[in-house]
Design a protein around this ligand. Structure first.
Ligand code: PLP
Length: 475
């Protein structure tokens, strides 16, 4: 044993390396558009580039930064690229990056209020401010978790408990329970069904409701499905409305769905993981029409609010149901802090990162005007792209442009002028491959009612028409 043996022995080396890393980050962000968006690595490439290790004596930061550049970077797909239009474009903004840096330096764990009061209190304050900025009702309890998948799981677990079958105490096995059911549209994100599976409801425990021509949930079909299920002895548990679906950013009719949920005593969960951020601009708030009926709402600032991955917010007006479902306090976690929120009581995980810090920095640094303007601009860019595409005979929009999302396909016609479905799909796939292989942009695909389409999602903080117009160059 050596008294003075510690891990980090050279603060000056760290200072130099950290300054160099910040320079690296600033250069990366400034020049990112020159990089190919999609990594060109073949599977297994990294192992061929990475030196053996770790060594007995360790390596300097300087050497490791070189290896990072040469070995790791070629395998990176640049999500922070302004021509990243696949899945949902996201942004590791300057303010967000600073937040991540500071939070990892503090390395706090906000499992209890007393394990760092400011971690819990900033989360409470920033989520209430964000709630107000998005025009959501007052009095909601907010919590940050890593992803919307987890937040939806927590909300649906609370919904299951709220049915009154005392599942926490009695469990779901060794007794006879009716079939519970969760409803969502055929356009809802797979995380909703996954949550139902994890909650033991099974595939039979979900019912996908047809969507209309604009890919929004058909509320009449929901009404019929619930009535039919009730007749058959099924217990409706929850309905998930999506405001900004994954494929087309369609917006489910929240008010009608909420009325049905209310009447049928179902929990209403709103998946606004993508679309919710847009409501920082009052012009996008029509998606909240009826949101006061929601029991829970999820919004991901890590999708479209310029906050680095990961940061997903769950708001609920029934936090007591989250507590009833999840609070379990062993002796070693008992505290006498008085009336405070201990976030470990509201979910599955104990430890929690200081995610509120980066979200706070993003909201405070950019300010409301800039956040609104950038998001409004994204929607404008999507509209401009949709207009340009609509003007062409060889292209067809597969869904109305909504928020930052445009879905289209190439159309191939036979001599009679009829669309050849198989040839259209082939042409669209070829187009997508050509775009992505170019490195100049990255788009993803979806299938809508059996039609294969290219999906462009605009949402990176550095995106301008210059990047969006690249889509047109390939047509
Ligand atoms: N909900 C919607 C509408 C989504 O589009 C997505 C992902 O794209 C999710 C949920 C899942 O998000 P997360 O990765 O945060 O679990």
């Amino acid at each position: 044993m050596t008294d003075d043996l510690i891990l980090d022995q050279n603060p000056e080396e760290f200072r130099r390396a950290a300054h160099a890393a910040v320079d690296w980050i600033a250069d990366y962000l400034e020049n990112i558009d020159a990089r190919p968006v999609l990594s060109r690595d073949a599977p297994g490439s990294l192992a061929t580039r990475l030196p053996d290790g770790p060594t007995t004596q360790g390596r300097s930061f300087e050497e490791l930064m070189g290896t990072f550049d040469d070995a790791v970077m070629p395998g990176i797909t640049h999500w922070n690229h302004p021509a990243f239009f696949a899945y949902f474009a996201i942004t590791g903004s300057q303010a967000g990056i600073l937040g991540e840096m500071l939070s990892s330096a503090l390395n706090v764990n906000g499992m209890l209020w007393k394990t760092s009061p400011a971690v819990t209190e900033l989360e409470i304050i920033v989520l209430d401010r964000l709630r107000g900025l998005l025009g959501l009702p007052e009095g909601l309890f907010g919590i940050i978790n890593d992803t919307s998948s987890i937040n939806t799981f927590l909300a649906l677990a609370a919904a299951r408990e709220a049915l009154g079958f005392d599942i926490r105490q009695e469990g779901m096995t060794g007794r006879t329970l009716p079939q519970f059911r969760i409803y969502f549209s055929d356009q809802a994100h797979s995380s909703v069904e996954k949550a139902a599976l994890a909650l033991g409801l099974g595939v039979r425990g979900v019912r996908k409701i047809a969507s209309d021509r604009a890919f929004a949930m058909d509320a009449d079909a929901l009404e019929r499905a619930v009535a039919e299920d009730r007749k058959a002895g099924v217990v409706p548990c929850a309905v998930v409305a999506t405001t900004g679906t994954t494929s087309t950013a369609a917006i489910d009719p929240l008010r009608r769905i909420g009325e049905i949920a209310n009447r049928e005593s179902m929990w209403l969960h709103v998946d606004a993981a993508y679309g919710g951020s847009a409501t920082i601009d009052p012009r996008s708030r029509s998606m909240w029409n009826g949101v006061e009926q929601a029991d829970s709402i999820v919004v991901n600032p890590h999708k479209w609010l310029f906050t680095p991955v990961d940061c997903s917010v769950l708001w609920t007006k029934r936090p007591e149901m989250l507590r009833e479902t999840f609070s379990l306090i062993p002796e070693y976690l008992r505290t006498d802090s008085g009336k405070v929120i201990n976030y470990m009581d509201y979910g599955l995980q104990l430890g929690r990162r200081f995610r509120a810090l980066k979200l706070w920095l993003v909201l405070e640094h950019y300010g409301i005007d800039r956040l609104q303007a950038v998001i409004r601009n994204h929607i404008g860019l999507a509209k401009r792209l949709a207009d340009e595409l609509e003007n062409r005979d060889d292209i067809e929009l597969l869904a109305p442009q909504s928020l930052g999302v445009v879905v289209f396909r190439a159309v191939v016609r036979d001599e009679k002028g009829d669309v050849n479905e198989a040839a259209s799909e082939r042409r669209t796939e070829e187009l997508l491959t050509k775009m992505n292989e170019s490195g100049r942009l990255f788009v993803s695909h979806t299938k809508l009612r059996d039609r294969y389409g290219i999906r462009v999602a605009i949402g990176n903080g550095a995106t301008k028409w210059e990047q969006v117009s690249r889509v047109l160059e390939f047509l």
